[in-house]
Design a protein around this ligand. Structure first.
Ligand code: GLA
Length: 392
């Protein structure tokens, strides 16, 4: 059943009424620029067609009742009390974090009935949680009569991750989910939060290959990387690794602790690759894209140490098929998750066949693959459209 239809049906069943407003916010895939966002650097993600949908109505009370259809769970938030994290359910902390942030900003969040459901693969590094935060931020701020700007929505969602979900994430996932543009990737400066839309090449498909490797201890490994980057920035006496050049880094090669040097080298070189890749994408220079994505993967594997054997295997296999006609690398926070490939449309079936033929024997797992389209960021859905088409 299409997502919007399902959300409306759940709403009817849960609250015996029809929602007055619907919103959606997408997941994302990052084309290049990994672990650069919290170093004030550059990223090049695009929003994808998988999304989280929110249906809402005011309920004239001081309570938010939110039903997560994907978990078949109802969670209540008493707006007259302080909002703090809960031990379970985990998903509720994203909601509580977003609501607490909005209230802190002075928004008068009204009591309401909500249903959320999504089709962004979870735990795959495609930002299902950011899409939940962005749809809630837009939906609840709209209900409060003061819709947040995409940047404010993104910052509020990031705070929710930091304070309620325990992940010290950067701003990329939230910002592209809030402000992505259909048909375009987003070159985002994570220091100024300025972004520009980079047209996706019409001759390339975006193929996502989910390794289905179960990711463990992701948040703690992620937070550790972030802390190592901060240590490197401190060594150079700068605010963030964004301010370190490759030259500065080379000069510190023998004085900086080797592990910290490697982490910094990934970030500093990845920033340069991201800017170059945005230009290559805009220019249709696939050979350069191919090299930049390969170098990005090698850097994540060797310097940042966030890949796993199954992911390295997928990247090697796919690269063997597409050569310099496209690019392939791990995407997202790491330790499992997905690989992204930019490749000519007619090579998609060949890549899928190769992955299906070789990956299970290597990993004991089956990969899930989908072709993605660069999609629109968070939006209120027109009532008329949602009633007629119901096809998010
Ligand atoms: C996760 C985080 C992002 C970013 C990526 C790695 O998705 O949420 O902020 O740091 O990892 O690039």
């Amino acid at each position: 059943m299409p997502l919007i239809t399902a959300v409306r049906a759940h709403f009817q069943q849960q609250f015996q009424s029809t929602p007055t407003q619907l919103f959606s916010a997408p997941g994302r895939v990052n084309l290049i620029g990994e672990h650069t966002d919290y170093n004030d650097g550059f990223v090049l993600p695009c929003a994808i067609q998988f999304a989280t949908v929110l249906a809402s109505e005011l309920n004239q009370s001081q309570v938010i009742q939110i039903y997560a259809a994907d978990y078949n769970e109802l969670h209540l938030i008493d707006l007259t009390k302080a909002i703090t994290p809960v031990a379970t359910p985990r998903w509720a902390n994203y909601v509580r974090g977003v609501v607490a942030g909005l209230i802190n900003k002075g928004l008068a969040i009204p009591g309401c009935n909500l249903v959320v459901a999504g089709n962004v693969p979870q735990g795959a590094g495609l930002s299902s949680s950011a899409s939940l935060e962005m749809v809630l931020g837009l939906g609840l701020s709209t209900l409060a009569g003061a819709p947040l700007s995409p940047a404010d929505n993104a910052l509020n969602g990031q705070q929710a991750e930091h304070q309620f979900a325990g992940c010290q994430c950067g701003i990329m996932d939230q910002l592209v989910s809030a402000a992505g543009q259909a048909g375009h990737a987003m070159l985002l400066d994570c220091r100024s939060l300025e972004f520009q839309a980079v047209p996706m090449s019409s001759s390339l498909s975006v193929l996502i290959i989910n390794s289905n490797v179960k990711r463990g201890l992701v948040d703690s490994a992620y937070n550790e990387r972030r802390q190592q980057c901060e240590q490197a920035a401190q060594f150079f006496g700068v605010k963030a690794l964004r301010d370190v050049s490759l030259d500065m880094l080379e000069q510190a090669a023998t004085t900086l602790e080797p592990l910290i040097y490697q982490r910094a080298r990934h970030v500093v070189s990845e920033n340069a690759r991201t800017l170059a890749a945005a230009k290559a994408l805009a220019d249709g220079d696939v050979t350069s894209l191919s090299q930049l994505m390969a170098a990005s993967h090698a850097s994540m594997r060797d310097d940042f140490a966030i890949t796993v054997p199954a992911i390295d295997f997928l990247v090697a296999e796919i690269s063997d098929v597409i050569g310099n006609l496209g690019g392939v690398r791990m995407t997202g926070g790491g330790f499992g998750g997905c690989v992204v490939a930019l490749l000519p449309h007619d090579l998609v079936p060949t890549v899928m066949a190769r992955v299906n033929a070789t990956y299970p024997a290597f990993s004991g797992l089956t990969a899930t693959m989908f072709v993605c389209t660069a999609s629109q960021g968070a939006q209120a859905l027109e009532a008329a459209v949602t009633a007629q088409h119901a096809d998010a």
